[in-house]
Design a binder for this molecule. Structure first.
Ligand code: SF4
Ligand code: SF4
Length: 200
């Protein structure tokens, strides 16, 4: 795996998370509206599993997802289990081969039980997952021009936080790289999140 960039200081990262959530908010509202009026994601999940899912994420989005795992009282106790699923997905779907190319995989944050749901729906969910939505009774898609503009803004936020732009990777690879960046920060004396035993 290519070396990860170092992790920004906490305050800078927290500001970037807020900017990311603000960017996603109108898309999340529109998706919720469509879930009522057109088609609900409940009992579907097609776009989160192989062979349909090939969603990508930046390192900033991966950091935001990890932040959700640490702060969400439902997910925090499952953190190690979910990170193990991240590594399993990387191996099973060979996500490190041409790692910045879209490649189908089942997302480790998709919980297939009880009708299926995204465990990180809302805060920490990658932008593309928030933007992808029903466009008809049997079809879902991205609003192409709005998504392109939002990715431009996402990259601006990332550049402000990290001081440079990294690759856009499958969600499991992006999360694994964000974890690696944390390990590098740890070895430089950076704070490890509470309850992290460091054996990811
Ligand atoms: S966005 Fe579409 S494909 Fe994805 S879970 Fe919702 S209804 Fe299913
Ligand atoms: S993060 Fe959530 S919405 Fe996105 S692919 Fe994974 S399970 Fe699906």
């Amino acid at each position: 795996m290519t070396d990860s960039r170092s992790r920004p200081e906490e305050a800078r990262l927290a500001a970037a998370f807020e900017a990311l959530e603000a960017l996603k908010a109108p898309f999340a509202a529109e998706s919720a509206n469509r879930a009522v009026k057109i088609r609900s994601c409940k009992d579907c999940g097609d776009c989160c599993v192989h062979p349909m899912n090939a969603m990508l994420a930046t390192q900033l989005e991966a950091e935001a997802l990890l932040d959700r795992l640490e702060r969400d009282p439902e997910l925090a106790p499952r953190r190690q289990e979910l990170l193990a699923a991240v590594h399993e997905a990387i191996e099973r779907f060979e996500l490190l081969d041409d790692e910045d190319e879209p490649r189908p995989y089942t997302c480790p944050f998709y919980d297939a039980s009880d009708g299926g749901r995204c465990l990180v729906h809302g805060r920490g969910q990658p932008l593309g997952c928030t933007v992808y939505r029903p466009v008809g009774a049997t079809r879902c898609d991205m609003p192409a021009s709005a998504f392109e503009a939002s990715v431009e803004r996402l990259r601006e936020i990332e550049d402000e936080a990290f001081g440079e732009l990294g690759p856009i990777l499958t969600i499991p690879v992006a999360v694994a790289r964000a974890l690696r960046a944390r390990d590098l920060g740890e070895s430089d004396g950076e704070r490890r999140p509470a309850g992290d035993d460091g054996d990811d």
